[in-house]
Write a protein that binds this ligand. Sequence first.
Ligand SMILES: [Fe+2]
Length: 328
Amino acid sequence: MFGLRSLTFTEEPPTPHHCCTTGSEYPTMNTTTLTQESAGSSLRTPMRVHRLTAALGAEVTGVDLGEVSRSDELFAELKALLLEHKVLFFRDQDITRAEHVALAERFGPLEDHPVAGSDPDHPGLVRIYKDRDNRPDDFENAFHCDATWRDAPPMGSVLRCVETPAVGGDTLWVNMALAYERLPEHVKEQIAGLRARHSIEATFGARMPVQQRLALKERFPDAEHPVVRTHPETGEKVLFVNAFTTHFTNFHTVENVRFGFDYAPGASELLNYLIRQAAVPEYQVRWRWTRNSFAIWDNRNTQHYAVQDYWPDVRKMERAGIVGEPTF
Ligand SMILES: [Fe+2]
């Protein structure tokens, strides 16, 4: 999730029968066929949608993402699927980097990452390359939303696998609207008005020399977000704390605190409980990467976790992050 050179971005894993197969192996009851008359050719293979778990995620087949990058109507179809499934997966998409960027820009402007580097010829396309000489950092393997240390966290991302380990390097995504929905009612009541701080300083900045860390914080002051966010397009309520979250900012009130020393244990225990909800398997989907597979996710109602079990094998990913809007 965080990382000095790379990360903020990615992922998902386990359930072999739905991560590594072709559409034909999915149960019919989970498959939806969409027509693509809008694409201008009746000869196109129909777009097929295969749900991967009961919680979230669908693999889409019969579509070329390069074509989607050029078609208003195909993009509208894909956007509707994203809002429905929260993360979409595609295999064998041998498209260009320019098409990758053009597809992501259909959602909105792209943003660079202040710590990870971008492709010099394609600004906004962040490289997440790991190999024998570039060991994975201990940052992506925490459940997180990307860049919630921004006042306006990213709307989502389009991530391509350029090179994958022989085995391992999967990514998990989590449905955080479902995680909120399943909370006990008394917890929902307690957290209804709470707000929390999200920090790049305490994550990406933690390993930096102090002056460099303070400069990073000056550039990106800690953001504050509601603990329960409303999705701006679907209206869903979303549990919105993650590995970038450091503390509640308005917990210390007479409703929550009898004595001053209640603050630390009361607040941190509740925050840790909420953050742990992302680790519940019933809210997750896990994706096994292959070369030129893609994931497109909604960063407003999901979290993700990149499994770092493959070093010293090679894993290379390229990610286009899309600018989001302030939370409410
Ligand atoms: Fe991430």
